[in-house]
Design a protein. Structure first.
Length: 115
């Protein structure tokens, strides 16, 4: 069976470009806050920080869902043939779920940095 991977690859590329763009925007704003710019500048940073945190958490959750779907379907197939692989399969599914936790940690760090 032949699958077409153009759409998921395009979606991942667009998400990566969006994440890089938001990161570059934040990198331009943060040095101004570090130089002792008044508190009014933080009001301009807050919406961007919230958007960046939302994007980080959202994309990580989407990636984790895709990873768990891929690993989980393969795991069910492997368990149907060899039930003794349960421990190894649970570890692989857990690693795929960890992606969402990393995205949540990055979102918290972004919001903490923004003040």
């Amino acid at each position: 069976m032949k699958t077409n991977l153009k759409f998921p690859a395009l979606l991942v590329a667009m998400a990566a470009m969006l994440a890089v763009g938001v990161t570059l925007l934040l990198l331009q704003i943060v040095p101004a806050a570090a130089q002792g710019v008044p508190a009014a500048a933080n009001a301009a940073v807050a919406p961007w920080a919230m958007m960046a945190a939302a994007i980080a958490a959202g994309l990580a959750a989407l990636a984790a869902g895709y990873a768990v779907a891929s690993v989980g379907s393969a795991a069910v197939g492997a368990l149907a043939e060899k039930p003794e692989l349960l421990g190894r399969v649970l570890i692989l599914v857990g690693l795929a779920e960890g992606i969402a936790i990393y995205g949540l940690i990055v979102a918290v760090l972004i919001l903490n940095r923004a003040g």
